[in-house]
Design a protein around this ligand. Structure first.
Ligand SMILES: NC(=O)c1ccc[n+]([C@@H]2O[C@H](COP(=O)([O-])OP(=O)(O)OC[C@H]3O[C@@H](n4cnc5c(N)ncnc54)[C@H](O)[C@@H]3O)[C@@H](O)[C@H]2O)c1
Length: 281
């Protein structure tokens, strides 16, 4: 059976975390392609802002408030969507949060909070919507992993663990779901200018550096629209893993072909000094 989704006109697309950043840009991109959108977030005000932008494009989305980490809420969401709008053509599991800080300073509650959203949120989305797609034998699931899904930076153990989990989940599901003609893609952006670092939980030295990190993201100024484009390309070509941004590609190649070199560089004194310098200035 071949994968077939190439035209998004009138297709039903649900994006989680659509109130900001990559989720919002993805909703706008699908609106340009004529899709029917269900936009979901846990924050109503943010969702309404996205809705306004969509309406300016003559696209009238369905707004759904749901916390992806809440399995019951996700089941209710799926029941409503299936009853009122039908089976999804595209599910974008985008909602996610970040944390930063050395392992010893990071409280266990932060691990649970982050894993519940970044990992279980994706599991909930796939499980709540996957069965109907499988029954119909078509659809595509896009999971937002990250460059941190294959490269685990220091002081980002929880975030990296969560995104490595999304990679594993996506790879496994891709093989299982191929049988139902459902594509599964993992998207791996690098440093993208969104709100994520402003709302991340930071501990230890990372807490002091948070404003600085936010500044680096702003100055880097790599827009979420480019991730949205990569998402559409991933569906059309049914790609398994899609790094987005030069740093994400560089690290993807580095980890594949010269993993020990990356390890040596990361642990070297000059590299650590450079990192400290970057955080302080
Ligand atoms: N910005 C980056 O540099 C970057 C890089 C790689 C991967 N990502 C991933 O992309 C995804 C989107 O991130 P972003 O940068 O657009 O962040 P963002 O903070 O700008 O937007 C995330 C949105 O998700 C929503 N959200 C958070 N938790 C939720 C929950 N439990 N239920 C429902 N909605 C929830 C937020 O309200 C927000 O509107 C995340 O999975 C993130 O890990 C981001």
């Amino acid at each position: 059976m071949s994968h077939h989704l190439k035209d998004f006109n009138n297709k039903l697309v649900l994006v989680t975390g659509a109130g900001s950043g990559i989720g919002r840009a993805t909703a706008l991109k699908f609106a340009d392609l004529g899709a029917k959108l269900v936009i979901c977030d846990r924050h109503l005000a943010a969702l309404e802002e996205t809705a306004q932008l969509l309406i300016q494009k003559d696209n009238y989305p369905v707004l759904e408030i749901a916390d992806v980490s809440d399995w019951q809420a996700m089941q209710w969401l799926a029941d409503r969507v299936h009853a009122q709008h039908g089976v999804l053509d595209v599910l974008v599991n985008n909602a996610g949060v970040a944390s930063s800080g050395d392992f010893l300073s990071t409280p266990i509650e932060d691990w649970r909070w982050l894993l519940d959203i970044n990992v279980m949120g994706v599991v909930h989305g796939c499980k709540a919507f996957g069965a109907k797609m499988a029954e119909r034998k078509s659809g595509h699931i896009v999971n937002l992993a990250s460059m941190a899904g294959y490269y685990a930076a220091p002081e980002m153990a929880a975030y990296s663990a969560s995104k490595h989990a999304v990679m594993g989940l996506s790879e496994s599901l891709r093989i299982e779901f191929a049988e139902y003609n459902i594509g599964v893609s993992a998207i791996c952006p690098g440093v993208i200018n969104t709100n994520i670092v402003n709302v991340m939980r930071a501990h230890g030295a990372a807490e002091q550096a948070q404003a600085k990190i936010a500044d680096i993201y702003r100055k880097r100024n790599y827009g979420p629209e480019l991730v949205a484009e990569a998402i559409v390309g991933a569906i059309i070509h049914n790609r398994a893993v899609v790094p987005v941004s030069p740093e994400a590609w560089a690290m993807y190649a580095g980890k594949r072909f010269t993993p020990s070199l990356i390890d040596v560089v990361q642990r070297s004194k000059p590299f650590r000094k450079l990192k400290d310098y970057a955080q302080k200035h």
